[in-house]
Design a binder for this molecule. Structure first.
Ligand SMILES: NC(=O)c1ccc[n+]([C@@H]2O[C@H](COP(=O)([O-])OP(=O)(O)OC[C@H]3O[C@@H](n4cnc5c(N)ncnc54)[C@H](OP(=O)(O)O)[C@@H]3O)[C@@H](O)[C@H]2O)c1
Length: 306
């Protein structure tokens, strides 16, 4: 059992990571005030406050730090580039340094969005990134700053889905809720990605820490699909009407931040270094369905209620 400090614990990855690991490990979550009823210790802190990183590390004394805090909304990053830089670049660099000083293994979460999408194949860790917007640029700068400060850190480029604290954070929830209420929606046919259930992401992160890995790794699902196909998979799993999802091109969307249309990452390096394959998309989707049947979404949401 390790004491794990999880920052960004109210976010989509953070909440599922804490939930997934809390039985085998001691979780100390850092949150700005949303988690009022969580079954693990919560430190209330704004990570951008002066001295916040040192103070949480000194009070929690974790054996591992996993940083899931970020400004992860692409439009918000375009609107607030200064805040995006502070959260996505400067804060992780500060954490990397503070963990190095204290000899605490550090995991920083990055993104599959650092590439421009022009490659017609799966991106490898050594491929040259070319960020298309403020989010991707500040995340790439964060990766580089973390590894410059602390070469022993783990930096993972991820993509995940799951049930969230608000019920509205993930693409899977978007499809599930619209399908449930028979509302028509569209799904991009020309954006490909490799989704992984957040609980699988959490389990792999723990394996990486246990194995003592360091450096940059791609950590996504092994199966590539379009966002439209992903919606169809959700519809089929829950026996909902896939015909409500209209295929659409991202070129016709009103989203303001530029996006890559190839987010597919090769996971060869990680599966080789772990000595095992990463979880299949179908097993993750089965678990997402079972979680729903067993009341997992309500349980997660109850952590934000008195
Ligand atoms: N979702 C995806 O599929 C995806 C894809 C690629 C990469 N990623 C990366 O994965 C990581 C986790 O993403 P996510 O989707 O879980 O993000 P998220 O749901 O937007 O959560 C972000 C978290 O950061 C916290 N945070 C923001 N500013 C803070 C501050 N000043 N002090 C303390 N906490 C603060 C938020 O707290 P509040 O709730 O208080 O705002 C929230 O808990 C990020 O690094 C993201 O870039 C995500």
């Amino acid at each position: 059992m390790a004491r794990i400090l999880v920052t960004g614990a109210s976010g989509l990855l953070g909440i599922n990571l804490a939930q997934e690991t809390m039985t085998a490990h001691e979780i100390v979550a850092v949150d700005r005030g949303k988690l009022v009823n969580a079954p693990y210790k919560v430190l209330k802190k704004d990570l951008l406050d002066s001295g916040a990183v040192d103070s949480i590390l000194d009070s929690a004394r974790p054996e591992w730090l996993i940083n899931c805090a970020a400004l992860a909304n692409l439009e918000a990053c375009e609107d607030n580039p200064g805040l995006a830089r502070r959260l996505n670049t400067d804060l992780p660099a500060q954490m990397a340094k503070a963990c190095k000083t204290r000899d605490i293994p550090f995991v920083h979460i990055s993104t599959d969005a650092v590439f421009d999408g022009r490659l017609n194949s799966f991106y490898k860790e050594e491929d040259e990134p070319n960020p298309l917007g403020v989010y991707a640029q500040t995340k790439l700068d964060g990766e580089r700053a973390v590894l410059a400060e602390n070469p022993n850190a783990i930096v993972t480029r991820v993509n995940f889905y799951g049930w969230s604290l608000t019920g509205r954070r993930s693409l899977a929830e978007f499809f599930f809720h619209n399908l449930t209420y028979n509302k028509s929606m569209s799904g991009f046919t020309d954006v490909k990605f490799c989704p992984m259930l957040a609980n699988d992401t959490a389990r792999v992160l723990i394996k990486m820490l246990n194995k003592g890995l360091s450096g940059l790794y791609h950590l996504v699902g092994p199966q590539a699909m379009s966002k439209y196909q992903f919606g169809v998979e959700i519809a089929r799993k829950f026996s909902l009407r896939e015909g409500e999802i209209s295929p659409k091109s991202i070129n016709t969307s009103s989203l303001s931040a530029r996006r890559s249309n190839n987010l597919c990452l090769s996971i060869n390096k990680l599966s080789t270094d772990l000595g095992e394959s990463l979880p299949q998309f179908s097993t993750g989707l089965d678990e997402f369905y079972t979680q729903h049947q067993q009341g997992y979404p309500q349980k997660i949401r109850s952590y934000a209620q008195d």
